[in-house]
Design a protein around this ligand. Structure first.
Ligand code: FES
Length: 107
């Protein structure tokens, strides 16, 4: 199992357990776990509504693509721990990852 600790926008934290052979992105897992993520672009690194701050385990992630970096650069609240959840493909190396949801919602 892959264990991901997720903090929502209200500061509530829970651990999600995901089977190792699942071939989904973190954004898809967050949506399936009923987190409020718009993911307007469907995972194309174009909307940044899946912005997360990685609080632990960032060294296990692959380097962000140019497209992801360009999108993150446009966010006022992004920092060096920011990633787009749609660009994080889950694998067993990510067991123990901790993320905080930051993407804004359309009101
Ligand atoms: S879902 Fe749009 S950037 Fe991730």
């Amino acid at each position: 199992m892959i264990h991901i600790t997720v903090e929502d926008r209200n500061g509530c934290t829970q651990v999600i357990e995901i089977p190792e052979d699942i071939n989904l992105s973190l954004m898809e897992i967050l949506k399936a776990s009923e987190y409020n993520i718009l993911a307007t672009c469907g995972g194309m690194a174009l909307c940044a509504t899946c912005h997360v701050e990685v609080q632990a385990g960032i060294t296990h992630l692959h380097e962000p693509s140019e497209e992801e970096l360009d999108m993150l650069d446009a966010l006022p609240d992004a920092d060096e721990n920011s990633r787009l959840a749609c660009q994080i493909r889950l694998s067993e190396q990510l067991d123990g990852l901790q993320v905080k949801i930051k993407g804004t919602l359309n009101e």
